[in-house]
Structures are given as structure tokens and as C-alpha cells.
Design a protein around this ligand. Structure first.
Ligand code: ADP
Length: 717
């Protein structure tokens, strides 16, 4: 019960001491309010004690003064609580001054009330923030001293206002003296304690800043700009520069420790007008005390303190990062070299694989066009199909590695969109018929336009999408849709879509199918074969053309692959070569072709076709022989292999072009490489036919170049 009452009393006192404290205000402001409350409470306390003493001595006028003062101080207390501190402070100071004057006058100087001026002056120092408000302090002190002077001038030594006996005087004097001494002691103690606290706080702040300074990972140097000497540094600076004590660094010239460059930067900082100074930062290298070099990231920040200009230099050791960067660079170079080796290897492999494949495919084609036993037909078909499939795989892997290395470059030659699709349709008609599927072709009539682009790559994408559609469809329809969506004078947006009514693709596999070597499920590989590269390559090719290959699909209902590409339209609307006429021309009688080829099997394969078209053939097994035969027989066109012994294709063309710049020369090659067309044109070839060649393509090109000459000749005559 007792404890409870005590607790209540303590919490009551606490709440009184904390009245007026506002958490939204700063710590400093709240401390000020608290001091004011203590000042007012002391005033009230002293007054109440004085009131009791006066009651004891039956001095009723004094008692009345005490009562008035107490009430005024209580009012000051409530003003403080209300947040009106300045008014409360003013009221408190005035009240106490008036009180001392009034009570000294009423009781006479002999009673010793004026002794309260000592604690009162101390209380003023305590209440007024002398660091910030010294004017207020001076003003209040002057007023207080004037009041005190008035007291000594006006107040009588012995009271003339009320009757006070000699015993009462001595009692009053001794109690006023002791009370004023106690109050003085308390305020003195409080002021000293506050000063000590402040000092401790300042020291603590300094220690905190020192800790921050010394625990920094940057070496920090303070340099005086005028003398260019180091005036301070942190612990990390000693560690990084390998020194034991600060003394070894302090007052050293910057140049001596941090080098000429650093000195130059500081001089530049010193020359700038101080208000315009801005920090410098960048990479530099330094030497440690033991002459070991290291790399660092540095920033130099100018500042002023006590009117002296300094620079703070922060140095972060980044040697490890630099070493790691160097290692990464080395690793990158190594990886690039490895990629180059891989790319060279793939290119060589392609040549090596394509040459025998060319022979196999060519020979199979010849056999299939000639007579054979009916029992052999199936084997030849298998041979044809497998060799063509293998060629497709070789091409896919080559394309993929080219794309991976970012080395696939698209051609930008004119071609006709409609004719490209007619060719695509023609090449798949028999496959679709043999599976009893319907072919739904919807090619916009506006697509009959010449555009710039890579016909071969677009064809490759279409072939991949259509062959997938056929592969994964057992019944129903395969659709090809080409729509010109946004045609302007110089460009056109064209929409392409290939749809089917096949097995479809599960939703959760839709993303995956565009990744390399990925198929919708393992069963697919078993049942339909394939590498899982076609869509990955197609997606990248279309992306490089500026489009986005997407797919919609529903399991067991079918799939649709579609994309948009923007093409530049050529000025020339139609090819001047009459394609129909070339198509109709199976015989090329009367035309002489010089065929330079070192591989005997390739020679046989090519010759068989050329003979079929009734061409006169001149055979050369190397470049030297080709030049010789050319000058002897003056053929109409040359088919020249690139890689031949003694004199290769390019050298042969270079020799021939000197005397015959107009003669059509077609490169005949199994190699593929970047910018092949540009490269061959620059070497003097008119065109190229890749091996293994498509007979129609070879026929078309021979016809094109020889008939063009014929046409021009006819036109001229
Ligand atoms: P490949 O056909 O050689 O396996 P692709 O990259 O062309 O490789 O195709 C990846 C996978 O996407 C195929 O294995 C198949 O699972 C799925 N896919 C592609 N096209 C179709 C389609 N038209 N219908 C159903 N599934 C398809």
C-alpha cells in the first residue's frame, strides 16, 4: 500500500518534471523546457517554504506576497506546459524580481531576503541558453541588478511595513541564509553537472567520429593546401602504405608520399576559387613504404576549417579488383581464341563433310534418274533421304554455331516475296500430297513485290516451319499465309503464318521449343526425329530481321507459327529475266561451259547434269588448266571450284578478269562463310552455286547469265 503511494508520488513528480515535453521537438528544445520547469518549481518551492516560515512568525503581509508569487509561478508553470515557454520564462523572471523587491521592502534588509539574488542569478544562467542567447542573459542580468540596486536604495534596514521582533529577524535571517545557500549549492551542482555532461557528449561525438575515420576502408589523408603537407591520416592509411606510426607520415610533403600527380591535383584544387571547388575522383597508382605498387580509386574533397584550406584525400585499394579484371580479360581472350578455333574447325568440317555428301547426294540423284532394278528403288530412296537429312543436320549445326558466335550476317539483296513463296509451296506439294493433307495457300496478291532482304534465310525459316507442320500433322490442313499489312512507298510490313492441324504443343512447352536442342517431349525425338535446333535458329534469324517468331498451339488441335517483318521495297518492280522462259528451257544447247573442279567425283556429278542439258563441257582439274583451256576455246560461262591445287578459284578469276571483265564466272563451292556473296563478288565472280547443288539452281544460273548476254546481244543487233 505504502509502496503504491510512493510509486504514485514518484510518477506524479516525474510527470510534473516532464510537463511541456513534446516528442516532436528536438532534444535540445525539450532540455530547455525541462530546465525552465525546474527553475519555476524551485521558485515555487522556496516560496512555499518562506510562506510557512512567515505563517510561523505571523507575518501576514509577507505571507500575502508569498502567496501572490506562488500563484504567478504556478501560472508560469502552466504556460510552459502549454508550449508558451518564452512567456513563462519572462513571467518567472519578472515575478521573482518583483517578489524579492516587495518582500525585502516589507520585511527590511535585515531579514535577508535579498540573499536569494545569488541562487536567482545562477538560475538565470541555468535557464537561459548562454551559448545561444547571451543578449537575453545580459538584458535579464542588467534588469536584475537594477532591481537589486533599488532594493538596497529603497528597502529599509528594519521593516516599516510590519512589526518584526529581533528574535524573528534572526530566525528569518538564518532560515533565508540557509535556504539561499542550499539553493545556490543545488544550482551550482546542476550547472557543473550539465557542463560535464556537455563535455562528455562532445568527447563522445569526437570518439565516434574518430572511430568512423579509423574504421574506414579508405586510407584518408588531410593535406593543408598552402603548405602541401599531410596534417593528419587515419589508421587505414598506415596499413595501406605500410607505416607503423602516424609520426612517420605527419608533416611529410604530399609529393613525397603520394607522388607528383597527387600534388598537381591538390595545386589545381588550391587555385580554384573556394566556392567553386568540386571534388576530383579517378584511378591512380601509388607505392607503399616497401616500394610495392598498388592501384587505387581516389577522391579529393576540398574543405575549410578555422579559415585554413584543406583537402581530404580518400584512397581505396582496388588492386585485387584490377587483378581480377585482368584475369577476366585474359580469360575472355582465351575464350575468344577457343571460339575462333571452334569456328575454324566447324568451317573446315563443313567443307570436309559437304564434299563427300555432295558426291553421295549427286550420285543418288543420277541413279534415281537413270535405270535401276525395281527392287533397288527403296534403297536408293533411303540413301537419298538419309544423305539429304545429314546435309540438313550439318547445315543446322553450322548455322547454330554461327548464330551463337554472333557471326551470322544477313544478306540484303532484292528478291520477290511472292516468287519465294511459290517456290516454298512447290517444294512441299509432293510431301503434303503423299501424307494426304490439304495445302491451304493464302498469299496476298500485293506480295508480288521486290524487297531487300535475305531470301535464303527467309526460305530456310519457311522450310523449317512447313516441314515441322507436315512432320507433326497426320490429317487435315497445312496453311501458308502471307499478308502485306502496312505498305508505304519505301517499305512494307509483311505478316507470315504457317499453321497446321497436327498434334499441337502443350502450353508448358511453348517457351521451351524455341530453345536450342529442345523438343516438346522425348517421344517426339523417338517418333519424328530432328535435332531441336530448327526453331531456335528460325527464331534468331527472324529476330535478326527485326521480327519476332511466335507460336499459338493447342494439343491435338494444331499449331500456328507467325511473325511480322518490315522489308524495304526496291525501286525495280520486276526482274528483267523472264523466269518462265528459263524454266521452260531444259536444253541449253550451243552453250559452252568450262568446269574447273579438282575432285573427280564432284566432276562426274556436275558433268552428268551439264550433259543432260546438252551443254558443251570443257574440263579442268586445276586453275592453271582452266586458264589454258579458256584462252584456247573461249567458253560462254565458267563454273570454278574455289579450292583447287596449283591455282585456286580466286587466283584463276583474277587472271581471267584482266583480259575478260565481262565473261560470266560462277563460283562452285562447298564452303560457306560470312559475307560470302560480297567476298566472291569482290574477287570477280558474278555469282555462286553452293555444293551440293540443286540442279534447277545450277540450270537457272547458267541460263540466266548466258541468256542475259544473248538478250543484250539481240537488243544491240
Ligand atoms: P526438330 O523439329 O528438329 O525437333 P525444332 O526446333 O524445329 O526441332 O522443333 C522443336 C520442337 O518443337 C519439336 O521437336 C516439336 O516437339 C515442337 N514442334 C515444332 N513445330 C511443331 C508443330 N508444327 N507441331 C507440333 N510440335 C511442333
Amino acid at each position: 500500500m505504502k509502496t503504491n503511494a510512493l510509486d504514485k508520488l514518484v510518477s506524479f513528480c516525474y510527470s510534473i518534471l516532464n510537463s511541456g515535453i513534446d516528442p516532436s521537438k528536438s532534444h535540445e528544445e525539450n532540455r530547455h523546457i525541462q530546465r525552465l520547469i525546474i527553475f519555476i518549481l524551485f521558485g515555487i518551492g522556496v516560496n512555499v517554504i518562506s510562506l510557512l516560515i512567515n505563517l510561523f512568525h505571523q507575518l501576514y503581509i509577507s505571507l500575502l506576497i508569498n502567496l501572490t508569487t506562488t500563484l504567478l509561478l504556478v501560472a508560469a508553470f502552466f504556460l510552459t506546459k502549454d508550449g508558451r515557454q518564452n512567456l513563462a520564462k519572462g513571467l518567472g523572471i519578472v515575478t521573482i524580481n518583483l517578489y524579492l523587491f516587495a518582500i525585502s521592502y516589507a520585511e527590511g534588509l535585515r531579514a535577508g531576503e535579498h540573499l536569494y539574488y545569488f541562487p536567482f542569478l545562477l538560475a538565470l544562467i541555468f535557464v537561459i541558453d548562454i551559448r545561444k542567447n547571451h543578449e537575453e542573459l545580459i538584458l535579464t542580468s542588467v534588469v536584475t541588478f537594477i532591481t537589486a540596486a533599488f532594493i538596497f536604495i529603497l528597502a529599509p534596514y528594519v521593516s516599516t511595513v510590519q512589526t518584526i521582533s529581533t528574535e524573528q529577524y534572526s530566525g528569518l535571517f538564518s532560515s533565508n541564509l540557509s535556504l539561499s545557500l542550499v539553493t545556490t549549492t543545488l544550482f551550482t551542482y546542476y550547472i557543473l553537472k550539465t557542463l560535464e555532461d556537455n563535455e562528455e557528449k562532445i568527447l563522445d561525438e569526437k570518439r565516434f567520429k574518430d572511430t568512423m575515420y579509423d574504421t574506414s576502408l579508405d586510407a584518408v589523408f588531410i593535406v593543408e593546401i598552402n603548405s602541401l603537407r599531410i596534417t593528419d591520416c587515419n589508421k587505414r592509411a598506415l596499413e595501406i602504405f605500410n607505416f607503423q606510426k602516424k609520426d612517420e607520415i605527419l608533416l611529410k610533403a604530399v609529393k613525397q608520399l603520394l607522388g607528383d600527380k597527387m600534388e598537381e591535383h591538390i595545386i589545381v584544387q588550391g587555385k580554384q576559387p573556394f566556392t567553386k571547388k568540386s571534388p576530383w575522383y579517378g584511378n591512380m597508382d601509388f607505392f607503399r613504404n616497401d616500394n610495392a605498387p598498388f592501384f587505387a580509386y581516389v577522391n579529393i574533397v576540398p574543405f575549410a576549417h578555422s579559415e585554413i584550406h584543406y583537402c581530404k584525400i580518400s584512397i581505396l585499394d582496388i588492386t585485387e579488383i584490377k587483378v581480377a579484371e585482368f584475369e577476366i580479360l585474359k580469360a575472355k581472350e582465351k575464350a575468344e581464341k577457343a571460339a575462333q578455333v571452334k569456328s575454324r574447325f566447324l568451317s573446315n568440317m563443313s567443307h570436309e563433310l559437304r564434299t563427300p555428301l555432295n558426291a553421295i547426294i549427286g550420285t543418288t540423284n543420277i541413279i534415281l534418274q537413270e535405270e535401276y532394278l525395281p527392287s533397288q528403288r527403296q534403297s536408293f530412296e533411303v540413301l537419298k533421304h538419309s544423305s539429304e537429312h545429314m546435309m540438313q543436320l550439318v547445315n543446322d549445326i553450322l548455322d547454330f554455331s554461327k548464330i551463337e558466335a554472333g557471326k551470322m550476317q544477313l544478306e540484303n539483296n532484292p528478291f520477290n516475296i511472292k516468287s519465294l513463296f511459290q517456290k516454298v509451296v512447290a517444294s512441299f506439294t509432293s510431301a503434303i500430297d503423299s501424307k494426304n493433307l490439304t495445302f491451304k495457300i493464302d498469299i496476298d496478291s500485293n506480295a508480288d513485290m521486290e524487297v531487300y532482304g535475305d531470301e535464303l534465310r527467309l526460305n530456310q525459316v519457311m522450310n523449317n516451319l512447313v516441314s515441322n507442320a507436315i512432320k507433326f500433322t497426320e490429317r487435315g490442313t497445312i496453311g501458308i499465309e502471307v499478308k502485306v499489312q502496312n505498305k508505304k512507298s519505301h517499305s512494307a510490313d509483311i505478316y507470315f503464318a504457317i499453321s497446321d492441324t497436327g498434334i499441337g504443343i502443350p502450353q508448358n512447352k511453348m517457351r521451351q521449343i524455341f530453345e536450342s536442342f529442345t523438343q516438346a517431349d522425348i517421344e517426339t525425338t523417338r517418333k519424328f526425329g530432328g535435332t531441336g535446333l530448327g526453331l531456335a535458329i528460325s527464331k534468331k534469324i527472324i529476330a535478326q530481321m527485326g521480327g519476332n517468331l511466335k507460336a499459338d498451339s493447342e494439343t491435338n488441335k494444331g499449331s500456328k507459327f507467325y511473325f511480322n517483318v518490315n522489308f524495304k521495297i526496291t525501286n525495280q518492280q520486276k526482274s528483267y529475266v523472264d523466269e518462265d522462259r528459263i524454266k521452260g528451257l531444259t536444253s541449253l544447247e550451243g552453250i559452252t561451259v568450262l568446269l574447273a573442279e579438282d575432285n573427280p567425283i564432284n566432276m562426274i556429278v556436275a558433268k552428268r547434269f551439264l550433259q543432260k542439258w546438252n551443254l558443251n563441257i570443257l574440263e579442268a582439274e586445276n586453275g592453271v588448266k582452266a586458264v589454258e583451256l579458256f584462252y584456247q576455246n573461249k567458253p560462254d560461262i565458267l563454273l570454278i571450284d574455289l579450292e583447287m591445287p596449283e591455282m585456286d578459284g580466286a587466283q584463276t578469276v583474277a587472271v581471267l578478269r584482266k583480259s575478260h571483265p565481262e565473261i560470266p564466272i560462277i563460283a562452285f563451292t562447298a564452303a560457306t562463310y560470312e559475307n560470302m556473296r560480297e567476298d566472291l563478288l569482290s574477287k570477280g565472280f558474278n555469282d555462286y552455286v553452293p555444293k551440293p547443288f540443286k540442279p534447277e539452281e545450277l540450270h537457272k544460273k547458267i541460263a540466266y547469265y548466258t541468256l542475259q548476254g544473248l538478250n543484250e546481244h539481240l537488243k544491240a543487233s
